[in-house]
Design a protein around this ligand. Structure first.
Ligand SMILES: Cc1cc2nc3c(=O)[nH]c(=O)nc-3n(C[C@H](O)[C@H](O)[C@H](O)COP(=O)(O)OP(=O)(O)OC[C@H]3O[C@@H](n4cnc5c(N)ncnc54)[C@H](O)[C@@H]3O)c2cc1C
Ligand SMILES: *[C@@H]1O[C@H](CO)[C@@H](O)[C@H](O)[C@H]1NC(C)=O
Ligand SMILES: *[C@@H]1O[C@H](CO)[C@@H](O)[C@H](O)[C@H]1NC(C)=O
Ligand SMILES: *[C@@H]1O[C@H](CO)[C@@H](O)[C@H](O)[C@H]1NC(C)=O
Ligand SMILES: *[C@@H]1O[C@H](CO)[C@@H](O)[C@H](O)[C@H]1NC(C)=O
Ligand SMILES: *[C@@H]1O[C@H](CO)[C@@H](O)[C@H](O)[C@H]1NC(C)=O
Ligand SMILES: *[C@@H]1O[C@H](CO)[C@@H](O)[C@H](O)[C@H]1NC(C)=O
Ligand SMILES: *[C@@H]1O[C@H](CO)[C@@H](O)[C@H](O)[C@H]1NC(C)=O
Ligand SMILES: *[C@@H]1O[C@H](CO)[C@@H](O)[C@H](O)[C@H]1NC(C)=O
Ligand SMILES: *[C@@H]1O[C@H](CO)[C@@H](O)[C@H](O)[C@H]1NC(C)=O
Ligand SMILES: *[C@@H]1O[C@H](CO)[C@@H](O)[C@H](O)[C@H]1NC(C)=O
Ligand SMILES: *[C@@H]1O[C@H](CO)[C@@H](O)[C@H](O)[C@H]1NC(C)=O
Ligand SMILES: *[C@@H]1O[C@H](CO)[C@@H](O)[C@H](O)[C@H]1NC(C)=O
Length: 648
């Protein structure tokens, strides 16, 4: 039953291919158990790697050499129980699906949030977080990647050298010319017309986009009533409020039209619908095993690695019922102990690749005895590889949704309030791929730097002078709780270059117990000062004449503050209302080969061990100054190339 729902989710994009041979629900039914590569986590990055490592050998010289790859196993956990999986594809339903297909993690009590604990959303479905995210497509700034290159001493991570993986073959990367010689289809991005096919001239810069990648990106496909006002305010105010034709050019500062991972049919483009599209999942050298929850990677002796270990075996439990099998050991009717049920193993002859994400990857490493030796031994886990940075330097951004009452009936909240109207627009979506359900309620995005007095006082956590610290996102009554009656306008403020750091640790020898997630939100004085400045920018923006008579009042918690509020009052608003925009990174950071910290080398191999790489958002050494899926895709594309090159 679960299978058929899942497969419809994957196959509905094409009614032509009906092949399902490569997707398995149970380890025992897999035709082969000999794999070159085992990829843990079928999420955003994992599916890129699975796709690229199994590309048709005829497509390039590189891949001919890969004929020795017999197959791969892509382990993931996917549940589509009692849920209409079609919802995942409808952009407007992003706010619902993110709770339905979630790992349900919560953070520790956060002192920076007035001792609140908050949710830490992570996609629990094939496609991982790309199947549930807000679909914003933001690459960050050129400086973000140049900082990656600087801290890893690997110029391959620079903005210019990553372009072939993002959008365009601008330069032939010097390190791996062979890999590019015969390929023109390496990019992540596939630019498509917006769902409503409106004239997009002047709304983006075509020269920084690619038409030939895999993952669809488009401008907003449904006009919002506030669209003209957004830019009128920019024209009126000037200064930091300036129009930027394309924030994905490497220079994001200013107000731009938003680009999203949405297809021209108005559907979500996730790594599952794109990189695992039917033609890819049908490859004979790719097996996808669902309902497999990985507990550890297991060691073998290696003479080549400094730790003396290789990790080419993956241990996991099958999870067909929506929860891990546990064995209940009882005596005379009373419970003695609960243990994880039968654990299975699968070997990779070449490499195990962890793509379990910013929470999953460090969790698996720690379970396996790879982490801070002292901390592991304290909880009774034998340390095999002493890597103190595993789980450390967790970096997330913080955001607040600020809400205003609007003098309008043309706001998107009319759909969430009115079941008849929802049914009408859902019918329109199903028939035409158009209408309000093809967007997430807003068509613009904007980025700013804080005032220099702040960076002088606290230091500058951003990657460079063209990198934003702040993001403001307008919306036509979509995010945030709606008022009981009336219509609304909202604007999110986000600190995108935070200085606060947190950690992911474990507190249990049960590998399936949730890890302890402490993002350390707003623990750095820079971050709270930066959010105060974001609110001041918001008040300046909404003071533009065009909003007179449109914005009626502030509502909800925002009603408590004004531009003239004291820092104490603003801080109280911030600490009581800030939450995660779900962009955590950095828990298995890459660093230079000779660095005394970090988890992976610049080629994403786990330091000091053999046969184990990490490819996902946990390897970011810093958070990029925007939303994190596009950078995750770019890193995964290049990393897949590094793996291929290593085995050429
Ligand atoms: C609700 C939400 C909204 C977001 N909005 C945006 C946005 O609008 N724009 C944007 O750019 N970014 C957004 N992001 C962030 C972005 O989606 C993530 O940064 C990115 O997708 C992370 O990719 P990843 O490959 O590192 O991890 P994931 O995509 O999360 O993949 C990890 C995979 O590993 C699996 N896994 C984990 N542990 C195990 C285990 N032990 N065994 C087996 N499998 C395991 C997971 O189920 C998942 O499939 C959002 C994220 C969320 C959650
Ligand atoms: C999280 O909760 C949702 C429902 O609230 C549920 O469908 C989902 O299976 C849960 N996730 C996990 C990992 O248990
Ligand atoms: C948060 O908890 C700590 C420790 O219990 C306490 O000292 C502090 O006063 C609390 N802060 C708030 C705002 O309640
Ligand atoms: C699109 O708009 C541009 C400028 O606004 C105009 O020059 C062009 O002719 C338009 N294209 C079409 C196909 O209408
Ligand atoms: C050790 O490294 C050498 C050279 O890098 C390689 O040829 C050999 O196969 C490796 N041995 C093992 C056991 O991986
Ligand atoms: C699922 O769980 C139920 C009870 O919770 C159990 O009876 C059943 O055997 C389980 N199914 C599988 C496939 O393990
Ligand atoms: C955290 O990152 C910084 C660089 O930003 C580095 O200097 C430090 O050593 C890291 N800490 C750990 C524990 O890895
Ligand atoms: C609802 O809001 C949308 C989006 O602003 C608008 O296009 C539409 O006309 C509104 N519909 C009704 C019935 O008010
Ligand atoms: C709900 O939407 C329907 C269809 O557009 C409309 O006829 C009806 O008036 C709306 N109801 C309310 C209370 O706005
Ligand atoms: C739209 O199509 C989906 C998938 O077939 C279906 O589940 C949903 O009910 C449809 N919605 C309407 C309003 O017809
Ligand atoms: C860690 O586990 C111990 C023992 O179960 C418990 O007392 C403690 O509160 C836990 N710490 C955290 C941060 O969960
Ligand atoms: C609401 O807008 C209408 C026209 O768009 C205007 O006449 C009216 O004065 C506005 N209401 C308020 C309270 O500003
Ligand atoms: C406004 O601030 C007061 C005092 O801090 C607080 O009690 C109240 O809940 C706040 N109102 C809202 C809507 O958050």
């Amino acid at each position: 039953m679960i299978t058929s729902i899942l497969l419809s989710a994957l196959l509905r994009l094409s009614t032509l291919t009906l092949c399902c041979a490569a997707v398995y629900n149970s380890f025992s039914t897999l035709p082969s158990k000999d794999y070159d590569f085992v990829i843990v986590g079928g999420g955003t990055a994992g599916n890129v790697v699975a796709n690229r490592l199994t590309e048709d050998p005829k497509n390039s010289v590189l891949l001919r050499d890969l004929e020795t790859i017999e197959s791969e196993l892509n382990l993931d956990l996917a549940f589509h129980v009692n849920i209409d999986a079609f919802q995942l594809d409808v952009p407007f339903f992003a706010l619902d699906v993110k709770f339905q297909y979630d790992w349900n993690f919560t953070t520790t009590i956060q002192p920076g949030l007035n001792n609140r604990s908050t949710i830490m959303l992570r996609g629990f479905v094939l496609g991982g977080s790309s199947s549930v995210n807000g679909m914003f497509y933001t690459r960050g700034s050129a400086d973000d990647y140049d900082r990656f290159a600087a801290v890893t001493k690997d110029d391959g991570w620079s903005w210019d050298n990553l372009q072939p993986y993002i959008a365009k073959v601008i330069l032939v990367p010097t390190a791996y010319p062979e890999a590019f010689a015969n390929s023109n289809l390496l990019q992540n991005e596939k630019w498509e017309p917006p769902a409503d096919r409106h004239n997009t001239t002047g709304q983006f810069n075509p020269s920084v986009h690619s038409l030939t990648g895999i993952n669809a990106v488009s401008l907003g496909g449904f006009p919002q009533s506030i669209d003209p006002m957004i830019f009128e305010a920019v024209d009126e105010l000037g200064s930091i409020f300036r129009f930027n034709e394309d924030y994905n050019s490497g220079n994001p500062l200013g107000f731009s039209w938003l680009q999203s991972t949405i297809t021209t049919e108005g559907r979500r483009s996730s790594s599952a619908t794109s990189y695992l599209a039917p033609e890819f999942i049908a490859r004979e050298n790719l097996d996808v095993l669902l309902h497999a929850r990985v507990s550890r990677v297991l060691p073998s002796v290696s003479k080549n690695s400094s730790s003396g270990f290789a990790f080419r075996t993956v241990e996991f439990a099958q999870d067909l019922n929506g929860s891990i099998y546990y064995v209940y050991l009882t005596s005379k009717g009373s419970l003695l102990r609960v243990e994880p049920g039968p654990l299975l193993k699968v070997d990779a002859s070449k490499e195990v690749i962890l793509s379990a994400g910013v929470v999953g990857s460090p969790h698996i490493l720690l379970n396996s005895g790879i982490g801070d030796a002292g901390e592991l031994s304290e909880i009774g886990i034998k340390s095999l590889v002493n890597l103190r940075s595993v789980g450390k330097n967790l970096t997330d951004q913080v955001s607040i949704i600020n809400e205003f009452m609007a003098n309008s009936t043309n706001t998107i909240d009319n759909i969430s309030r009115n079941a008849t109207l929802l049914n009408e627009v859902y019918t329109e979506f199903n028939k035409t791929g158009m209408g309000p359900l093809v967007t997430t309620g807003g068509n613009q995005i904007s980025f700013f730097r804080v005032n220099e007095s702040l960076t002088e006082m606290f230091g500058d956590p951003s990657s460079g002078k063209n990198s934003p610290h702040l993001e403001l996102v307008p919306g036509n009554g979509f995010f945030g709780p709606p008022p009981p009656t009336g219509h609304y306008f909202q604007m999110a403020t986000v600190v995108v270059s935070p200085a606060s750091r947190g950690s992911i640790t474990i507190n249990s020898t049960d590998p399936f117990a949730n890890p302890i997630i402490d993002p350390g939100y707003l623990t750095s004085p820079f971050d709270i000062a930066a959010m105060r400045e974001a609110l001041q920018i918001l008040f300046r923006y909404t003071s533009a004449r065009v909003w007179d008579g449109y914005i009626l009042s502030q509502f909800g918690a925002l009603a408590n503050i004004t531009a003239d509020s004291s820092d104490d009052v603003l801080d109280e608003y911030i600490r009581n209302n800030a939450a995660s925009p779900a962009h955590p990174v950095g828990t298995a950071a890459m660093s230079a080969k000779d660095a005394d910290y970090g988890v992976v080398d610049p080629d994403l191999r786990v330091k000091g061990v053999e046969g184990l790489r990490i490819i996902d958002s946990s390897v970011f050494p810093f958070v990029t100054s925007a939303h994190t899926q596009a950078p995750t895709y770019a890193i995964a594309e290049r990393a897949a190339e590094l793996v291929k090159f290593a085995w050429m």
